[in-house]
Write a protein that binds this ligand. Structure first.
Ligand code: CO8
Length: 258
């Protein structure tokens, strides 16, 4: 029997990762982080994977870190569990391959933090978002305190972090936490359509655009623009992706990416 939490399917360059612990609402435990670390390393090494999609089985995307696994931790173990998750989510975010969260249901606590570490989020109308940690006498520990304000602005972030309230997909769309909301039965078709669209673009350009946008966000505008110019230049020249893309446009044909 395959007792992996993360089930994968690779189809037309799209790696679909499904979190399959539905009886525990896909709560994140140490095994999840081990498996996710392995997957991130394999995506880094695999040129076939153009886009990663993450979703959850059942009625949750992920309902948080595994409370049963956390409850008896001491201070040092709590901090270590936080760093473990932070490192995994950071390495996911740093992949140069795009990562899309297909949020099918509850995305709470560590689950919302996982969704926020993805490049963008497509939500089902059934999705519910929240950072309920303060209900448990905790705070987010997978950098949710940092990413939420970057995505939604400080007022929206502190409102959600302090009230621990749950919001629906439409409210998440309004505050910029998700980029699109679709009916539950259309979620995976829509996400796959978006993923295939991205996979059809220049593969080097997609990677560069992600890395430059993300790294530049942590720099001054001048430093970010410098990084952009360097990456822009790298797409030019004989046998380059940019040459093929522009040539194909001028010749009114589809580009042939390598
Ligand atoms: N951890 C462990 N088990 C969980 C979790 C969780 N986060 N969420 C749900 N479960 C379990 C339930 O205990 C239950 O188990 P059992 O069947 O054995 O009783 C099963 O999943 C089904 O859950 P419910 O019966 O509660 O299902 P409902 O449909 O009634 O409710 C909810 C669904 C609303 C999602 C509800 O389960 C809930 O509120 N869950 C907890 C949400 C939460 O508080 N999440 C935040 C957790 S803390 C966190 O994520 C911190 C992240 C940073 C950590 C840093 C490391 C230190």
């Amino acid at each position: 029997m395959d007792d992996k939490i993360l089930q994968t399917k690779l189809e037309e360059g799209i790696l679909l990762i499904t979190i399959t612990r539905p009886k525990a609402m896909n709560a994140l435990n140490a095994q999840f982080f081990r498996e996710m670390d392995e997957l991130v390393a394999s995506v880094k090494a695999d040129k076939e994977v153009r886009v990663v999609v993450i979703t959850g089985e059942g009625k949750a995307f992920v309902a948080g870190a595994d409370i049963a696994e956390m409850v008896n931790k001491n201070q040092a173990e709590g901090e270590a569990f936080s760093r473990l998750g932070q490192n995994t989510f950071r390495s996911l975010e740093k992949l140069d391959t795009p990562v899309i969260a297909a949020v099918n249901g509850f995305a709470l606590g560590g689950g919302m933090e996982l969704a926020m570490a993805c490049d963008f989020r497509i939500a089902s109308t059934k999705a519910k978002f929240g950072q309920p940690e303060v209900n448990l006498g905790l705070i987010p520990g997978y950098a949710g305190t940092q990413r939420l304000s970057r995505l939604t602005g400080m007022g929206n972030a502190l409102y959600l972090l302090m009230t621990a309230g749950m919001i629906g997909a439409d409210e998440a769309l309004r505050i910029g936490l998700v980029q699109k909301v679709v009916e539950p039965e259309a979620l995976m078709d829509e996400v796959m359509k978006i993923a295939k669209n991205i996979a059809s673009k220049g593969p080097q350009a997609i990677k560069k655009v992600k890395v430059v946008a993300r790294r530049g966000y942590e720099m001054s505008l001048d430093e970010g623009a410098d990084l952009e110019a360097e990456a822009f230049g790298s797409l030019f020249g004989d046998n380059s992706e940019g040459r093929e893309g522009m040539q194909a446009f001028l010749e009114k044909r589809k580009p042939e990416w390598k």
